[in-house]
Design a binder for this molecule. Structure first.
Ligand code: SF4
Length: 506
C-alpha cells in the first residue's frame, strides 16, 4: 500500500476519524491532520518539503460541504481530481433531537462516500467491503429489513450503496438468514459475561490488558472480588427483572486458573446464574486445559467450550508467543470429545507472521481431521499496543489474505457449517473480516448478541463492559465499563458494582 501523509481541510471536522478510516482503505496513512488553518504555516508550510520523520511530503485534501433548499452537497479535491455527491435532506420533524441524529447520519454517509469514490477513482482499488469502515456490517442488512425490504433486497442495497463486493454481500445475507432461524432475545433478557483476565504468556498480536499468571499472586484476591461482584450482580438482575439468556466466561484464558480455583469459580457461577440457554467457557490455550477442568465443566452442565489453536504450525506458535504446540491442541480436543463435549469451537487466524497459504492449508487440514462443531476464522489485525505493532510486522498482501479466508470458508462448508456472525476490526490483513461458522444447533448466541448489540449484557470482572440496550426508536445503548487494571479492579469493585446498578436500576 502506498504510504501517505495527509492534511485535510474540511468544512465538517466532526467526522475526522471517519475520513481517516476511509483513507486507510486505500493508503497506509502515516500522518493525518485535520483542518490546519491556512496561513498558520504549521502543516501546510511543509507541503513541499519532505518530512524528516516519515520521509513523505504532506498532501492536501480539500473538502467543501454546503446545505440549502432541502439538499446537501459534499465535494473533495485531491491530486488534481474532484468528486461531489449530493443528498436530499429529510423533512423537518417535531422531534428535534431525532431529526438532528438523522441529518448527522446523512452528512456522515454523504461525505464519507464522496471521499471513498474519489479515492477509488484515483487509485483504481476496490476494497472488499467497499466504503464500509464500521465493525458490524450485518447491521446495515437489518436496517434494510426494518425498512420493509426482503433479505435479498437488503443485501443488494448494502452491495450497491456501499460498493461492497457481491461475495461479501452474499456472506452478510447468509449470516442474517442463519441468525433469523435462532431464538431472538426477549426485552427482559440479558446475557452474563465473566472476565478472567489472566493468560500464561502474552500472544504477540494481543492488546488485551490482562495479567500474565506468573506466580498467581493476584488470582485469590481477584476471584474474591469477582465472586462478590457476581453475587451483587445476580441480586441486581433479580431486582431489575432481568432473565438470564446466555452466559460466557472469557478473558484472558479462564482455564489459566488452577483446577481448584477453576472448579470453585464455575460452581459459584452455576449457583448464582442458573438456567441459561447456553453456557460457554473459553478454554483458549490448549496447554491450560486439563481433564479435571473439563470434567468440572461437564459435571456442571456447561455445554460449549472453545479450544483455540490459532494455527497448527509449531514454528508460528513459537513466533507468536503462544507457548503450546499443535499436538497439545489435538490432545485437548480429543480429551474434550472423550469426556462428552459435543459443542466445541476452534479459533484460527489468517495472516499470522511468516505464514503462507500452504501453512494455512495445513492448519485447515488438521481442523478438518478434528472436525469441531464451530469454527471462527479471524483475520490478523495489528492492534496498536500489541508486540506485532511494536515490531512493525508486515501484514500479508490483500490477495494472499483473501485466498486464506476462502480456504477457511471452504473448510467450514466441508464440515457442514454455515456462517452465523461476523465483525470487522481496524488494520485487518487484506481488509477482510472475522467470521464464526457453526453446524446447525451449535451457533453461539452470546457471540451474535454481542455483535448485533440487541441484548443487554451484565458483565463482571476486570475490563468487562456492561451494556444496557433500551428498546426505543434508536435502539439506544448505554455502557458501564469496569476498569481493566486487575489491582485497580480489586481495590474498587464496589465502585464498579455501583456503576452497574446505576445503569440497570437507574
Ligand atoms: S490467549 Fe487471548 S487474551 Fe491471552 S494473550 Fe493470547 S490473545 Fe491475548
Amino acid at each position: 500500500m502506498e504510504r501517505v501523509q495527509i492534511a485535510l481541510e474540511t468544512a465538517l471536522p466532526g467526522f475526522s476519524n471517519e475520513y481517516a478510516d476511509v483513507l486507510k482503505l486505500f493508503f497506509r496513512l502515516e500522518a493525518f491532520w485535520v483542518n490546519p488553518e491556512a496561513g498558520t504555516e504549521g502543516v501546510f508550510a511543509s507541503e513541499a518539503a519532505i518530512d524528516p520523520v516519515t520521509g513523505l511530503v504532506t498532501e492536501r485534501i480539500i473538502h467543501t460541504h454546503e446545505e440549502s433548499n432541502g439538499s446537501m452537497r459534499s465535494a473533495f479535491t485531491f491530486r488534481g481530481q474532484s468528486l461531489a455527491l449530493e443528498a436530499a435532506l429529510p423533512q423537518d420533524e417535531d422531534d428535534a433531537e431525532h431529526y438532528a441524529i438523522v441529518v448527522k447520519r446523512i452528512r456522515k454517509r454523504t461525505s464519507k462516500t464522496a471521499l471513498y469514490q474519489l479515492l477509488k477513482q484515483i487509485t483504481g482499488h476496490q476494497p472488499p467491503w467497499g466504503s464500509l469502515t464500521g465493525i458490524r456490517p450485518t447491521r446495515l442488512v437489518y436496517e434494510g429489513l426494518a425498512r420493509g425490504l426482503s433479505l435479498d433486497a437488503a443485501a443488494h442495497s448494502v452491495e450497491t450503496t456501499f460498493d461492497v463486493t457481491h461475495e461479501k454481500a452474499q456472506l452478510l445475507k447468509e449470516i442474517v438468514a442463519v441468525q433469523q432461524t435462532l431464538p431472538l432475545p426477549a426485552v427482559a433478557e440479558a446475557d452474563v459475561y465473566l472476565s478472567i483476565p489472566f493468560c500464561r504468556t502474552r500472544c504477540a498480536y494481543c492488546s488485551f490488558p490482562g495479567e500474565a499468571v506468573g506466580k498467581g499472586k493476584m488470582i485469590p484476591p481477584y476471584l474474591h472480588a469477582l465472586m462478590w461482584e457476581m453475587e451483587e450482580s445476580a441480586r441486581m438482575m433479580q431486582e431489575a427483572g432481568l432473565k438470564l439468556r446466555a452466559l460466557y466466561v472469557g478473558g484472558g484464558t479462564p482455564t489459566a486458573l488452577g483446577e481448584e480455583d477453576f472448579a470453585r469459580l464455575m460452581e459459584r457461577t452455576l449457583e448464582l446464574f442458573p438456567g441459561a440457554v447456553e453456557y460457554t467457557v473459553e478454554a483458549g490455550r490448549p496447554d491450560t486445559i486439563t481433564r479435571g477442568k473439563l470434567e468440572t465443566l461437564k459435571r456442571l452442565g456447561v455445554g460449549r467450550v472453545s479450544i483455540n489453536p490459532q494455527t497448527m504450525n509449531d514454528e508460528t506458535l513459537r513466533v507468536i508467543g503462544r507457548d503450546h504446540t499443535a499436538a497439545q491442541t489435538v490432545a485437548a480436543f480429543e480429551m474434550a470429545r472423550e469426556i462428552g463435549f459435543s459443542d466445541i469451537n476452534m479459533d484460527v487466524i489468517v495472516g499470522l507472521p511468516g505464514e503462507t497459504p500452504a501453512h494455512f492449508r495445513h492448519t485447515m487440514d488438521e481442523i478438518l481431521r478434528l472436525n469441531p462443531d464451530s469454527l471462527t476464522v479471524h483475520t490478523l489485525a495489528i492492534k496498536r499496543s500489541s508486540r506485532l505493532n511494536l515490531e512493525k510486522a508486515p501484514l500479508p498482501d490483500a490477495d494472499v489474505a483473501a485466498r486464506m479466508v476462502r480456504m477457511g470458508e471452504e473448510a467450514a462448508a466441508a464440515m457442514q457449517m454455515r456462517p452465523y456472525y461476523l465483525y470487522r476490526q481496524k488494520y485487518m490483513a487484506g481488509q477482510q473480516q472475522n467470521v464464526g461458522y457453526a453446524r446447525q444447533g451449535c451457533a453461539c448466541l452470546y457471540n451474535i448478541d454481542i455483535m448485533e448489540e440487541n441484548t443487554s449484557i451484565v458483565a463482571m470482572g476486570a475490563g468487562a463492559i456492561s451494556k444496557r440496550v433500551f428498546p426505543d426508536r434508536e435502539l439506544r445503548i448505554e455502557r458501564a465499563p469496569n476498569v481493566t487494571n486487575v489491582q485497580v479492579y480489586i481495590d474498587r469493585t464496589d465502585e464498579m458494582m455501583q456503576r452497574k446498578k446505576t445503569l440497570f436500576l437507574g
